[in-house]
Design a protein around this ligand. Structure first.
Ligand code: SF4
Length: 99
């Protein structure tokens, strides 16, 4: 008996998710800073949704659209105050299609 195996990339699965933006009410905010801490800087590399980026001044900015609410940035940077993190309001944020 032969079993057909379909390979599906993680990026393809993530593309199935949908996101409802709560305009003007981001659920994650970065504390204003001149120079990012090491942990804040790390978010530009470890956020799976690529929500964090460096601006032209070398400061970390977030565009929370597409956030999967995995909590990685919360674990790394909330306690230090580098970010504030809340769940989106009901009805907003990520809608997972496959778990
Ligand atoms: S919760 Fe996860 S996906 Fe959302 S911004 Fe933080 S690290 Fe990225």
């Amino acid at each position: 008996m032969t079993v057909a195996v379909t390979k599906l990339r993680v990026e393809d699965k993530l593309f199935q998710n949908r996101y409802l933006v709560d305009q003007g009410r981001p659920h994650i905010k970065v504390r204003p800073h001149e120079h990012p801490s090491a942990n804040l800087l790390a978010l530009t590399r470890i956020c799976p949704a690529k929500c964090y980026e460096l601006n032209d001044k070398g400061q970390v900015e977030i565009a929370a659209d597409g956030c999967m609410e995995c909590g990685t940035c919360r674990v790394l940077c909330e306690a230090s105050g580098d970010i504030t993190w809340n769940y989106p309001r009901g009805g907003f944020g990520v809608l997972f299609k496959f778990g």
